[in-house]
Ligand binder design. Sequence first.
Ligand SMILES: [Mg+2]
Length: 227
Amino acid sequence: MEPEPVFTERFTDARLGADLLWRDVRIERFPAPAPALFLDRDGVIVEEKLYLSNPDDTELLPGVDELIRAAHELGMAVVEITNQAGIAHGYFGWPEFVRVEKRLANVLSERGVGADAVFACPFHPQGRPLYRHENHPWRKPNHGMILEAARLMNLALDGSVLIGDKVSDLEAGRAAGLLLGVHVLTGHGREHEAASRALASARFPVTVVASAREAVRLLPGYASRHV
Ligand SMILES: [Mg+2]
């Protein structure tokens, strides 16, 4: 029998696991469960650019720095969770992802803020062999990235909020049992608004806001429900 071809990823980085999943946790594990603000990246933190891979195309959306600051003031961890199917499709690789993330971290740092962790899923059902997966548990709408963040960082998911521009973001938040989903109208937000609204339930309310800036005012009401 012919041996199965072996595909490997040549890029190495301590944050890239042998399972080809990205885990960049920048803070110590919380001693007691802490609430988190989960943020999708493309279309929520930065302008949607269709497979963003050039750091020069990284444009912070208005109000994101205020949002991160507000979450931190409320004792929430800030966690970016991003599907990066561009890697599965071969449009770019981990080095480009790293350069974009570095630029983003620098831009945020100039404003005195930053994410506490970044999780990324490169898998896609139609990806090239190494990154092809029918239904990866980390790929949103699945909630694997949220569960992994909770496990590594000690997060209280029932006190946590997610902000996304696609219904798949909100579905992941609902599956994880988060307290609130916020749908922003930046990125793909307008096309996905109706579908995200349709997900709302008593257990998982969904609030629609224009942008990250408008989400700032929602946080205090929810953060205070935890504790
Ligand atoms: Mg998005």
